[in-house]
Write a protein of this length. Sequence first.
Length: 143
Amino acid sequence: MGAGGHEPWTVLYDGRCGMCRAGAARFGRVARPGSVNLVDMRAPGVLERFPNLDPSACERAMHVVSADGREVRVGAAAVVAAIETRPAFRLITWTYRVPGLRQGLDWLYARIANNRMTISRVLGFRVEACEDGACSTHEPRSN
């Protein structure tokens, strides 16, 4: 993935979510230079560049897309793809390939992603307003 003669992968993250912005920035620092491009999936025209992606799936999880668009990794697998560009992190990311651990990490990622706006606020990250109601799926319901 990325450098070494390969085109960089695109990391699509939720730019309205403070925790997501911080996480994407961290991936950019951890990934091998030139191996990933960080892109806010909510920026105008971004999802149109990736017609094979389901916009509602992009609302639920980070996506990492290969330069040719043929390979897409989602959620915890996307996190692994973004950080395993550095050989030193491959020792850590191998755990994602262990049966049972993968399912547990996928489950944990989904729980965090589903509550990312609330978690962002609790952690003190700025959360941008959602005029189109897209964030309502991630907001706690009031009774």
